[in-house]
Write a protein that binds this ligand. Structure first.
Ligand SMILES: Nc1ncnc2c1ncn2[C@@H]1O[C@H](COP(=O)(O)OP(=O)(O)OP(=O)(O)O)[C@@H](O)[C@H]1O
Ligand SMILES: CC(=O)C(=O)O
Ligand SMILES: [K+]
Ligand SMILES: [Mg+2]
Length: 520
């Protein structure tokens, strides 16, 4: 049966063997996922990008977690990219005592920018002086436990009744108990008058980001292409020009400028946590499909957030959540981001495992050939030689029933070009380091490019040797790929491999058969 996004056999299999998904999993690390042991288990379960959310706690806290991640990578021999998520123009309520606060439906609460007031179920001091000027009667204010799941019991909806000086008097719409040291405040569809990249974010990037040479910045609340450009300029000044920018599109304002944001960014995070509040529920799927398809056409990675909220407190996702993960994969997403589930949830490892299994099942039935046709139809002609050959490599892999595709790349671009055509088999990317100079010293590129490819669907990057192409001819590079393929169980004797490489100015595809000895 062939239907749109998927191809299903008449008798769909009930059994499923555990293979790691081509779709990447981004895990947010926090209180319940910061010990070395838990991070090791997260890596083994399939997390390939670790997100450090600076909306929550400071650089010292995140540094400790990162050191544990580094040890965990060493112990498991699994690589993981580092993503710094900015705070952006976010309003917060600080709960100094940490005592849970009970809100009752139909009661009144005063949200105030007077920070000398004490927090209670009647008064909420918020760290944004302009709040009362920004809202109007009838606006919806959302207050959630940090990384709110949207569960009724962990978040409250407030309706603005009137404003008085720096106070906003609101009606509580639902009963809820909020626990934790910090709550996020979000006014639906009212842009806050602060820059996307705040002074606080700049400080965090120049200190923590530079110290750790982060692979990705997730730019929260990206609203315009200009926001991305501004961050790019800032990164250059911080000597972080290799760091990639994933723009987090999470407001209606961001959606309105989606095309210009996508043009400037290296990838997109479709932030459904906030968008789910800004958009009417019936529109969320529509914009998700729009955003993913645009990213696919540009060959830029796209990550979907907020998938298995209920796993924050439960071992199993709901039926709707499980189906939603599969649909994100069928839409064409590169990655799935876990937030509260891994940060403060009770089952961080199980959440990653289950999401990985669902992704793998959806990939099995993904209509790769339809995807290929859709993409190739939209590329302007004449195509670049590299893209034309890369797409042929994907085609050849189908036709010769190859077990995997090997691509040589330095910047990562060649691997991304292959991934754009969504081969059904894994892509092993051998990243060949390049020597480059800045004003002070010579260094080798490569390590960041390897980690950044961990965010691209289907790509399994490894670092090659800088002299692989020159010393022993082409063979050592290919042998590395084959050995890797064998060691992770992707390759066996007599399997075919499709190789995409650039030699001098020409891009070539070749087909190689693996035997006891390597035969070309
Ligand atoms: N079989 C091979 N073994 C080792 N190195 C190889 C082999 N084939 C190609 N290479 C090297 O791999 C590197 C790939 O980088 P290349 O510039 O082709 O791709 P890219 O970095 O993805 O693209 P761009 O430069 O456009 O960003 C080149 O330096 C090439 O010489
Ligand atoms: C992750 C995030 O910021 C969101 O989903 O809104
Ligand atoms: K954030
Ligand atoms: Mg958000």
């Amino acid at each position: 049966m062939q239907g749109g996004q998927m191809i299903v056999e008449e008798n769909t299999k009930l059994s499923s063997s555990y293979i790691q998904s081509l779709t990447k999993i981004v895990g947010t690390l926090g209180p319940n996922s910061r010990s070395m042991e838990v991070i090791e288990a997260c890596l083994k379960a399939g997390m390939s990008v670790a997100r450090f959310d600076f909306s929550w706690l400071d650089g010292d806290y995140h540094q400790e977690t990162l050191e544990n991640l580094r040890m965990a990578m060493k112990n498991t021999k699994k690589l993981c990219a580092i993503m710094l998520d900015t705070t952006g123009p976010e309003m917060q309520v600080c709960n100094k005592t940490g005592n849970p606060i009970d809100f009752k439906a139909d009661s009144h609460v005063t949200v105030t920018s007077d920070l000398s007031k004490e927090l209670s179920a009647e008064v909420l001091p918020v760290d944004y002086a302009e709040l009362a000027k920004m809202v109007r009667k009838g606006d919806t204010v959302y207050l959630g436990q940090h990384l709110f799941t949207g569960h009724e019991t962990a978040s409250v909806w407030l309706e603005v009744m009137e404003t008085k000086g720096q106070d906003v008097i609101c009606l509580v719409r639902n009963s809820a108990t909020l626990a934790g040291s910090m709550f996020t405040v979000y006014v639906s569809n009212v842009p806050i008058n602060l820059p996307t990249l705040t002074e606080h974010d700049k400080q965090v990037i120049s200190k923590w980001g530079s110290r750790n040479n982060v692979d990705f910045i997730s730019l929260s609340y990206a609203c315009h292409g200009e926001d991305v450009k501004e961050l790019r300029e800032f990164l250059k000044k911080q000597n972080l020009s290799e760091t990639q920018i994933y723009a987090k599109v999470e407001t209606v304002e961001g959606l309105k400028h989606f095309d210009e944001i996508l043009r400037e960014a290296d990838g997109i995070i479709f932030g459904r946590g906030n968008l789910g509040i800004d958009l009417p529920p019936e529109k969320v799927f529509l914009f998700q499909k729009y955003a993913v398809s645009k990213c696919n056409l540009m060959g830029k990675p796209v990550v979907i957030t907020r998938v298995v909220d209920s796993m924050t407190g439960n071992l199993r996702p709901t039926r709707a959540e499980a189906t939603d993960v599969a649909n994100a994969v069928l839409d064409g997403a590169d990655g799935i981001m876990l937030g509260a589930e891994t940060l403060r949830g009770l089952y961080p490892v199980e959440s990653i495992t289950i999401v990985g299994k669902i992704c793998a099942e959806a990939e099995n039935v993904y209509n790769h050939s339809l995807h290929f046709k859709r993409i190739i139809r939209c590329v302007e002609e004449p195509m670049s030689y590299a893209e034309s050959v890369a797409s042929s490599a994907v085609r050849s892999a189908v036709k010769v029933k190859a077990a995997l595709i090997v691509v040589f790349t330095s910047s990562g671009r060649a691997a991304r070009l292959i991934a754009k055509y969504r081969p059904s088999v894994p892509v092993v990317a051998i990243v060949i380091p390049r020597l480059r100079a800045n004003s002070l010293k010579w260094t080798l590129s490569g390590a960041a490019q390897v980690r950044q490819l961990l965010g691209v669907r289907g790509v399994y990057p490894i670092l090659g040797s800088p002299d692989a192409a020159t010393s022993g001819g082409e063979e050592p590079g290919l042998r590395l790929a084959i050995e890797h393929g064998r060691s992770v169980g992707l390759l066996k004797s007599n399997d075919r491999i499709v190789v995409f490489q650039k030699i001098g100015d020409s891009a070539v595809v070749k087909i190689v058969e693996v035997q006891g000895q390597l035969l070309v």
